[in-house]
Design a protein around this ligand. Structure first.
Ligand SMILES: Cc1cc2nc3c(=O)[nH]c(=O)nc-3n(C[C@H](O)[C@H](O)[C@H](O)COP(=O)(O)OP(=O)(O)OC[C@H]3O[C@@H](n4cnc5c(N)ncnc54)[C@H](O)[C@@H]3O)c2cc1C
Length: 398
């Protein structure tokens, strides 16, 4: 049998995850990345149990699983009063056990380990994609490549989506900007705070803090502002202005941070697509369903996409059947999480003081089991769920 070929456009989490899964199943894969190297930004990324199952399906085991998030923590208001507190109970453990906040570069590095060097081409910018019968042709700065399968993993401003989904709406600004910092764990978090995680909700903004392996802390802070803003005296100064009167240990953490550790990005999301597949071309990750980061699931979903595609190309009788099934299973799941993420962003960024009081009171009265259940529901996903009903349930395309 001739070797199947794939071109993956974009070498981020979704693209490398997809390439790893296909290589593992005997495909000849070429990953085209526009940047001069395969790199990620200097920030943390929360990986939940569903992401670890997806990583396993594409060949990554071990390393990232070390240093799980501690179980104690919760949600509090900016004055430090708990809204939802989780401690070391079996219920709360279900939330954090199996979750890790990894460094993005470490995640990328374990994915790169699964993709042969000869499959990775950096510094190649893709210009377009077109269908050619049952195959597709990718054009880039240096020429073109034809393949059985093309995967658009080129992020929220995807060129692949632009070429084959001409009616897709452009990305939208979420009204929120995000600052991210990874720093060595400050002395202020030395004792009780060492393993605690917390998300703090204040007027129109959020401050999150999660322990990372290697005695580091990952923080993120958000504000509701117009897009494109930059602070004239630097982003750390801006963060200190905005958050220094928030509850402990937020000011202490900001006092310990260094300006070069702070990243700032406006958050964009993608209006929903009617399909993730066009002939032999599939979209994965942010190119298909960029969601707001409020559930910490965007990257996890990119990995689920990658794992699902890998499982399906192996099990389905042919590629069109695999791709049709991919769209059938991935669209409902990712779009439901996309909606929940957007809603969570709205609820967590309320500015009006009376509305915040009511919101917090409602959340405090909600039984913790219900709260936890809704948080943990996405975690139960398994790669084989795409094959539910057995492989015979994957009907060939006629
Ligand atoms: C502030 C913030 C916090 C987040 N936190 C979390 C979290 O904690 N947990 C989580 O799971 N998710 C999180 N996410 C979401 C997550 O980062 C994304 O969903 C994930 O990075 C998407 O990966 P991707 O590979 O699909 O896209 P990208 O990471 O955007 O990668 C796309 C790649 O394609 C390349 N590319 C683009 N165009 C071209 C072209 N024309 N030719 C060649 N290459 C091209 C780019 O250079 C890039 O390398 C967060 C997002 C944000 C903004």
């Amino acid at each position: 049998m001739t070797e199947k070929t794939a071109v993956v456009v974009g070498g981020g989490i979704g693209g490398l995850g997809t390439a790893a899964g296909l290589v593992r199943r005997g495909w000849s894969v070429t990953v085209l990345e526009q940047a001069d190297a395969f790199t990620e930004v200097g920030a943390g990324i929360s990986l939940w149990p569903n992401a670890f199952r997806a990583l396993e399906a594409v060949g990554v085991t071990g390393r990232l699983g070390e240093g799980r998030i501690g179980v104690a923590g919760g949600l509090r208001d900016w004055r430090g009063r708990w809204i939802v507190r989780m401690d070391d109970t079996a219920q709360a453990t279900r939330y954090t056990a199996g979750a890790v906040v990894a460094h993005r570069s470490e995640l990328l590095s374990v994915l790169l380990d699964q993709v042969p060097v000869e499959s990775r081409l950096a510094g190649v910018r893709v210009r377009g994609v077109r269908r050619a019968g049952s195959r597709a042709v990718v054009t880039h700065d240096g020429g073109s490549i034809e393949a059985d399968l093309v995967v658009g993993a080129d992020g929220v401003r995807s060129v692949v989506r632009g070429a084959l989904w001409p009616d897709a709406a452009p990305p939208r600004y979420s009204r929120h900007t995000v600052w991210r910092i990874v720093l060595p764990r400050p002395a202020a978090l030395a004792d009780a705070g060492a393993k605690a995680w917390a998300e703090t909700w204040g007027p129109g903004g959020v401050f999150g803090m999660f322990p990372m392996p290697g005695d580091r802390v990952y923080c993120y802070a958000t504000a509701t502002v117009p897009p494109g803003g930059r602070s004239p005296d630097g982003e750390l100064a801006e963060l200190r202005r905005r958050f220094s009167d928030w509850c402990d240990p937020v000011p202490a953490v900001l006092a310990a941070a260094r300006p070069e550790e702070v990243l700032r990005n406006d958050v964009y999301y993608l209006p929903l697509l009617p399909t993730y597949v066009s002939g032999p071309v599939a979209l994965v990750g942010d190119a298909a369903h960029a969601m707001t980061p409020n559930l910490g699931q965007g990257g996890c979903q990119a990995l689920e996409d990658a794992a699902t595609l890998a499982v399906l190309v192996e099990a389905a009788p042919d590629l069109p059947t695999a791709l049709r099934r991919y769209d059938e299973v991935r669209r409902p799941r990712t779009q439901a999480l996309w909606k929940r993420s957007l809603q969570t962003g709205t609820v967590s960024h309320v500015r009006s003081a009376p509305v915040r009081v009511v919101r917090n009171a409602v959340l405090r009265t909600l039984p913790r089991s219900i709260f936890l259940k809704s948080l943990t529901r996405p975690f139960s996903w398994r790669p084989e769920s795409a094959l539910e009903g057995g492989v015979t349930a994957i009907r060939p395309v006629v």
